[in-house]
Design a protein around this ligand. Sequence first.
Ligand code: FAD
Length: 486
Amino acid sequence: MHGSGSLRRWRLSATLLALYVGLVLLPVALAAVQGLEARPWRDELATGLGLAGFTMLLMEFLLSGRFKRLSAQVGQDRVMQFHQVMAYVLVGFLLLHPFLYSLPMGDTPPTVPPGEEWLRLPLWPGLTGMFAWVLLAMLVFMAIARDELPMRYEAWRISHGLGALLIALFGLHHTLEAGRYSQDVWLTGFWVLAVLVAVASLIHVHVIIPLRQRRYPLRVATVRQEAERTWTVELEPDTEAGHPGSPFPYRAGQFAWLKLERPLFRITEHPFSIASAPAQWPRIAFAIKEAGDFTNGIGELAQGTRAYLDGPYGHFTLDENDARPLVLVGGGIGMAPIMALLRELRARQSHRTLVVVQTNRSTAQQLYTAELEDLTRELDLRVHYMLSDPPEDWNGLIGLPDATLVQQVVRLPLQDCVYYLCGPPAMIDTLEHGLLSRLRIPAGQVVSERFRYTLGTRRGSSTRLLTAAIGSALVILAGVAWFAVR
Ligand SMILES: Cc1cc2nc3c(=O)[nH]c(=O)nc-3n(C[C@H](O)[C@H](O)[C@H](O)COP(=O)(O)OP(=O)(O)OC[C@H]3O[C@@H](n4cnc5c(N)ncnc54)[C@H](O)[C@@H]3O)c2cc1C
């Protein structure tokens, strides 16, 4: 049964990739069928890269949008990783785009003699193209150097969204006014529609979702310290403020964007895995580790603080038709969604065999030890603790989790188990790589959730994602090359 789930997921991913490539190449095809006289191949290549690159830029809005079903099927971290890889590709296309027109090459004379009008463009389309180009270079620099920049993540996120919107609008003006092929009614229609969809996706995230959230106000019910610099925050519906009392419809293991109405944090929202099981409604719990501006203040959160949720998102969920043993590895705060899965299994009185490995740096960071102890009496559950910096009297596991640890603790036929991994991206990459490449566990039996949207160490599932993204980029490039030499 689980196999059919992973096959469905594989088919969906392949369909979405094909759709992506098809949409990116659509304006190239619409240009090709216009029957205009072909120019030297490098002019056509420049145009083709511009057409494909601009479409990819508009698709980035959709990739960073919030689509619950997509997130539940493919995983939000994968979608965001794809967003990042394609950003590099489109930036390469668009940064090359103006240079290919003007650089002299071999025996082909430049199409624009030096000293004439800049790229033979009228003033405004020339300027909007240049603004879009410079802004794009800035946006890329700010995305790569994000962690080093002296700005809060929220400020970066807003500047990233606004910058991308400006590039899209400048790019649209440039494309419609300067584009040789974009004078065609079909291509004009395509661009206008694509920009509208991109803007609609921004409006959906920043206007529609917040407005809809207002109908479901929650309040902070309790805040308690769970471990060193880690807090459990429980929310409940604020029926006095108009919450209809209907349950938040999530599956154990999913995450939501949490917004707290604190003066300093009015416009900020952050993703957190839900640590409670749906059966625990009307309470909904998060385990939050101090990591920066927003999370450092969680311990001082007042009871009754107004909260809103957007979600649920994510695919870190159980296949209800599957009875195979589960191996759940939680690194640090990565235990939060694993706890939700265990609480759900307890609510369902599950008989599945469960092996949990909780890994931390020190004992002060360990989470839910008492509850896990209780759960071992209610479920067919074994719990192992691992520390990378253990005290002298420690008699648990020592080190960082990898495939050897899995072989050591699971004590079941490894191919029969389904693996759930949550924690720092480096931990997930190492474990995925070990499970898939060394232990030959089928990819459909490994489910993971990353708490940071990075390309990671390019191992594990990141390798497959990179292969899919690079494969898509190559197909697009082949389409553009065909356009250039046709
Ligand atoms: C799917 C998912 C589930 C998560 N679940 C948990 C959880 O259960 N418990 C927990 O403690 N942490 C969780 N996190 C991480 C948590 O979102 C960040 O630690 C938190 O947002 C940090 O915010 P800050 O302002 O305190 O720190 P900052 O210093 O602003 O951010 C630290 C880092 O956190 C990430 N981050 C910050 N804000 C956002 C944002 N709005 N959107 C996406 N990433 C952001 C960025 O990578 C940033 O570099 C999860 C993250 C994701 C993506």
